[in-house]
Structure formats: structure tokens, C-alpha cells
Design a protein around this ligand. Sequence first.
Ligand SMILES: C[S@@+](CC[C@H](N)C(=O)[O-])C[C@H]1O[C@@H](n2cnc3c(N)ncnc32)[C@H](O)[C@@H]1O
Length: 321
Amino acid sequence: MIDFRPFYQQIATTSLSAWLETLPLQLKQWKKQAHGDYAKWAKIVSFLPDYSAEIDLREKVEAKLASPLSEGETQHLVYHLKQLMPWRKGPYHLYGVHIDCEWRSDFKWDRVLPHLSPLKDRTILDVGCGSGYHMWRMVGEGAKMVVGIDPTELFLCQFEAVRKLLNNDRRANLIPLGIEQMQPLHAFDTVFSMGVLYHRKSPLDHLSQLKNQLVKGGELVLETLVIDGGVNDVLVPADRYAKMKNVYFIPSVAALINWLEKVGFKNVRCVDEAVTTLEEQRKTDWLENESLIDFLDPNNHSKTIEGYPAPKRAVIIANNP
Ligand SMILES: C[S@@+](CC[C@H](N)C(=O)[O-])C[C@H]1O[C@@H](n2cnc3c(N)ncnc32)[C@H](O)[C@@H]1O
């Protein structure tokens, strides 16, 4: 089972120490209700080898040894990692094994990184971090500490698997809760929320919850689905959007900026807009599920299969005054 005590020790003497008032009890409760397969997934992590590797987190997420693994060792690694499928966010390059995830999360990182205040020495929260790909890239940029929060247990186990294979690096940690369960800490220099807002039933509450985690002057990095349109244009899909059941609000960039200003953010600016391509989200050997090609109208890729505008994403940066 995954042990959170090293994280508690790590934060005890930092600006995150107030979290110890609620977190250990919440995680105790969480363990009791965790996904039925959590114990199995956590066991797979424990089967992974402890190598001492050369790590690159700046250009990609890679671990390698001076001499490559044998055929048998590679098969052993692939066998265990494939039991943690589907791998959605990546890619990871671990000892010659290329975990070619559904998403090229490096594409998103390349769109976001040029616009950020330097991450060096910052304490960072990544809300909805998935398997943690972007957290490792934040560590690669010199962050002091990165905390991810994501309630999906499989992603926690994927994160712990990658962490183990990255020399058990503790500069990043994943807490398996939802953002709404976090007490307001006002302690993070940068808060990321990427790919989460449209999954939230109450988007303004989500924005306030993000604000509550930032220090004064801290930076929010918000990445989400958007539509074209003006300040009052918001798509609320009738049923599914791109086959997803849990998509609630897709605003225009102008509407999103208005929401952020309404909850008190300042200096709100959109730094990037990009239509999601079939190179960025696609089927690979590391997932059995459908992918973007199956979510689009086969005769018109500018529409989803339901007839909505195809996925387009924006990156918004804002400050907590
Ligand atoms: C589309 S993925 C985005 C992953 C990653 N941030 C990225 O941009 O590639 C959305 C993630 O949000 C997580 N999530 C869903 N509800 C959440 C909540 N209430 N608080 C935090 N994360 C949540 C999901 O488990 C999932 O990993």
C-alpha cells in the first residue's frame, strides 16, 4: 500500500504544515473507500525494480542506466506496467521502455511553459494531475516541491510506479483527493488546473477553490476546453460531449476571463488557444479504449460525434492579488 507518511514529514516544516490538521484523517477515510482494485494496483508498484538511474526531467521524463536492461528485465517491466493500463498522460521513457500514452502531454507542456513565471524554487499544486506527467516536468524546471491532487486511484498507482522508477524522487507527491476536499492553504506559489474545469459542475466554485490555495501574488495556470464566442457564450452539452458523460461547462475565452475576474483574479490573460489534434490524442498500445478519432464526426473533424464544436483548448494565466 502507498505510504503517505514521508509526505507528512516532508511538509511538517514547510508552509504546507497546516494541511496536517486535516490530511492524515482524510486519507485514512479515503483508504477505507478506495477503488476495489487499488490494493492490486499498489501491489504491482511494489513488484517494480529499484534501479539507480540517470534521470532527465527537463526535456522529457526519462530514466536510463549506463548499460541497457536485458531482454528478460525489459519484459518484466513491460508486463507490470501494462497491468496499470490505460496509460492516458505521458509519454514516459523508462529504461528503454516507451510508455506511449494516449495523450502527448508534452505538447500541452510546450504550449504552457513559455508563458509561466519561472518555476524554480516554487511550491506548486497541480490540480487533476492524472498520472503526474506535468508534475515531473515541473520538477525538471527546478520546482522546490510539487503536489498533485487527483481522486483517481489508478493514476495514483501509475504515478507511484513512475516515481519508483525515477529513483523514488520525492520532489513530487500525489494526494488522492478532489480539490474540493482540500482545506484553503494559501500556500502555493503556482496552482495549475489543466483539463479539470469542464468536469466540474460548479465552475466558479472550482476557480475560488484554486484561488484559496494560492499565496498573495501567486500564479494560476488554467487550461480547459473553450468554444469560440463572446462574453456570454457557454456550451452546456445536453448529454455527452465527445462521448464524455461528465462535461458540464465549456465557456468562450471571454466568458472564462469574466468568471476569473468575478472570483477576484487579476491580470487575467489568455496566452494560447489550440484545437486538439489527432497527433496529440490517439490510440496506442498502452490503452484499450477509444480515443479522439472515435469522438469526432467521421465526415467532419471540426465537429464532435454529437455535433458540437470539436475540442479546442485555451491556456489562461491569472494572479491572486
Ligand atoms: C482530463 S484529465 C487532465 C490531466 C492533466 N491535468 C492534463 O492536463 O493532462 C482530468 C483529471 O482531473 C481529475 N479530477 C476529476 N475530478 C477532480 C477533482 N474534483 N479534483 C481534482 N482532480 C479531479 C481526473 O481524475 C483526471 O485525472
